[in-house]
Design a protein around this ligand. Structure first.
Ligand SMILES: N[C@@H](CCC(=O)N[C@@H](CS)C(=O)NCC(=O)O)C(=O)O
Length: 219
């Protein structure tokens, strides 16, 4: 198994958590430096034509891409511990909560969006950060709205075991910290993110614990 990753990628962070929870150790980790634009070079484009991390090669392939699809693949090939509930309604809820992050919030803060704002729209750094903080806040508020009122919310986003919803949630909470977004208006999200980070499989997957990462990060 070959895992294409980068310390700073929040989508790769999701897959790292799923791998750790399931005690899967990839044979090789290929570092694709997003800050140097290596995702756009031919070598990686041949792996993932979308030029995004993460990607995972399991056996002879074909390559797996898109973090949510990869997590679902890992859950199907390595079912224990499950990261999706068994019941259809629970699965729908977990997938929906995960989608708030993976489909609606995180895509608005990734390097290609930030680069476009900088180089094409000529937005200065404060304006770019304002955009990012706004959409992180919207995503966290949407999560909080659901989590705070749903009786299915427990120690984690869905009852008392970690699911894909928590994996996405903790990634976005870490992203919020990188961009200095105050998470106190989202107490349920904050509580669940802290519960996730207390789990070894999550703590080990943290962006700042990966090779090449700085000790602290802002922006
Ligand atoms: N929906 C994708 C998002 C992937 C994505 O945007 N990854 C970022 C890093 S977190 C990336 O590789 N960005 C490169 C770029 O924007 O140029 C997933 O969940 O895998």
């Amino acid at each position: 198994m070959k895992f294409y990753s980068f310390w700073r990628s929040l989508a790769a962070f999701r897959v790292r958590i799923a791998l750790n929870l399931k005690s899967i150790v990839p044979d090789e980790i290929v570092n694709v430096d997003l800050m140097k634009g290596e995702q756009r070079q031919d070598a990686y484009k041949a792996v993932n034509p979308q030029m995004l991390l993460p990607a995972l090669m399991d056996g002879d392939g074909p390559i797996l891409f898109q973090s949510v699809a990869i997590m679902e693949y890992l859950d199907e090939t390595h079912p224990t511990p499950a990261i999706l509930p068994k019941d259809p309604r629970g699965r729908a809820r977990v997938r929906a909560l995960a989608s708030i992050v993976a489909s609606d919030s995180h895509p608005l803060m990734v390097p290609r969006v930030r680069n476009y704002m900088e180089h094409e729209l000529k937005l200065d750094e404060p304006s770019r950060n304002k955009w990012i903080r706004h959409w992180i806040g919207e995503g966290l508020a949407a999560m909080e709205g659901h989590l705070a009122r749903d009786k299915e919310t427990g120690k984690f986003a869905h009852r008392d075991v970690m699911t894909m919803a928590d994996i996405c949630l903790v990634g976005q909470a870490v992203g919020a910290r990188f961009f200095e977004v105050d998470t106190t208006p989202y107490p349920t999200v904050k509580r669940i993110a802290e519960a996730c980070l207390a789990i070894d499989a999550v703590a080990r997957a943290h962006p700042l614990k990966q090779p090449g990462a700085p000790k602290e990060l802002k922006h």
